[in-house]
Ligand binder design. Structure first.
Ligand SMILES: Cc1cc2nc3c(=O)[nH]c(=O)nc-3n(C[C@H](O)[C@H](O)[C@H](O)COP(=O)(O)OP(=O)(O)OC[C@H]3O[C@@H](n4cnc5c(N)ncnc54)[C@H](O)[C@@H]3O)c2cc1C
Length: 386
């Protein structure tokens, strides 16, 4: 996204992707109203929404068999009043197609950045591995947008502050029947917590569990796992039978951390490389996009002039984006501790907490939750000064 927005401003950009394509079925699929609004401002919203997606206008949660409505996006002050559940490869393919139409943008796939090139204290580019051997790319600015296990961030020596994540997630898909509920759903009971994302003919399912428990859950056998899913979401009793081996169930490691400093001379970290997000709220993709928009706005003009941004200019990105990222991470950590861990470790029947009952009764509150999730803190805009 940053590569596209810089190229739009006339900056020469090279983006590296270590994989040969974007076809990896993990991480989230949620494109929130804050991100859709940016595509509206870019004049690309209709084209983006031609890609396969399902619209989620409301979110509900079923606790011990009783359903409660907890968020309603339909009253948001935004052009798109829904979350677009779009497979991440479609979203990335769309953005990279827009970027590749620009003459000053280059995407190098199957190219893995390995190390930073330094000139004294200044970072002046990267060394990368390709099928044909090693290459060096020199640049006025190197951006580490290489995710939670960022190699460039590690090579930079920037200090990471771990915020702790007591959960991991099992991630799998099961068939969806046309008669199934259309909304994306959450189910909570003494058997745990299950999130379902409607992907048309299948449900993308996420089952969080206490960190370190993957082996113990697997040891109970795949049949016990099928029963656990059917216990949480009875409508999936048949569909869960399609999970016939642990190869059908991926374990995703959840991390929450934050860099003390996002930049050093010649290098800037953004997205998960600067602040790895938990899946809670399905918000990480959108925060990464917001970082990209702010960076393109703040640094585009100086890069266009052909000079390397100063450290102060690089730090202006952290100044703008660290607060929303930190506040969101704080909320995620609080939800891990106060809601997820108690739900995942109890064996007693669960009752809906007062807050959930109130949300179900008061549409205004459901609108506020939708605003917090859908637009978040300090949403960025394109073509408006930050
Ligand atoms: C289980 C789980 C579920 C989640 N669900 C959601 C959700 O529903 N919605 C949501 O908004 N967020 C979700 N998140 C968070 C979200 O995935 C991240 O916050 C978001 O993907 C961060 O975007 P990014 O661009 O910074 O990094 P990434 O999306 O991780 O992208 C990094 C890219 O860099 C490439 N790369 C990595 N290393 C190199 C290298 N050395 N050289 C070249 N390329 C490299 C990778 O292949 C990848 O394409 C979830 C996270 C987890 C763990």
């Amino acid at each position: 996204m940053l590569g596209y927005l810089l190229a739009l401003q006339g900056v020469e950009v090279v983006v590296l992707e270590k994989h040969a394509d974007f076809l990896r079925d993990f991480r989230g699929d949620t494109v929130h109203p804050s991100t859709l609004e940016i595509f509206h401002e870019l004049g690309l919203i209709d084209l983006l929404l031609e890609r396969p997606h399902q619209k989620t206008e409301r979110v509900s949660v079923t606790i011990s068999g009783e359903t409660f409505h907890v968020a309603d996006f339909t009253k948001l002050r935004s052009h798109s009043k829904f979350i677009a559940m779009m497979p991440q490869w479609e979203f990335l393919d769309f953005v990279s197609a827009q970027a590749q139409a620009l003459p000053n943008f280059t995407l190098l796939k199957s190219t893995e950045s390995q190390d930073l090139i330094r000139d004294g204290e200044q970072i002046v580019g990267i060394q990368a591995k390709t099928a044909g051997g090693s290459i060096s790319i020199h640049a006025n600015l190197t951006v580490a947008a290489d995710g939670r296990n960022s190699r460039l961030r590690e090579a930079s020596g920037l200090e990471v502050e771990g915020l702790g994540a007591p959960i991991d997630v099992f991630w799998m898909r099961v068939p969806r029947q046309p008669a199934d509920d259309a909304e994306s759903l959450g189910f909570v009971s003494k058997d745990g917590f299950l999130v379902l994302i409607n992907r048309g003919d299948y449900w993308q399912c996420a089952l969080p569990f206490a960190k370190g428990q993957a082996g113990a859950i697997r040891a109970l056998g795949i049949e016990a796992f099928q029963q656990r899913i059917a216990g949480l979401a009875p409508m999936l009793a048949d569909a869960a039978q399609t999970l016939t081996s642990w190869d059908d169930v991926k374990r995703l490691d959840v991390k929450v951390d934050h860099l003390q400093t996002w930049a050093r001379d010649g290098l800037l970290c953004i997205g998960d490389a600067a602040h790895a997000m938990s899946p809670v709220g399905g918000i990480g993709i959108n925060l990464a996009v917001q970082d990209a928009v702010a960076t393109a706005r703040l640094l585009g003009p100086v890069l266009k002039s052909g000079t390397a941004p100063s450290l102060d200019q690089l730090n202006s990105v952290q100044k703008r984006r660290a607060w929303p990222a930190r506040m969101t991470q704080r909320a995620q950590v609080a939800i891990h501790k106060r809601i997820l861990v108690p739900v995942l470790t109890t064996t007693k029947p669960l009752k809906a907490p007062l807050a959930v009952k109130l949300l179900n009764k008061l549409p205004l509150l459901r609108g506020l939750v939708a605003r917090a999730i859908g637009l978040g803190l300090r949403p960025e805009h394109w073509h408006r000064n930050p």
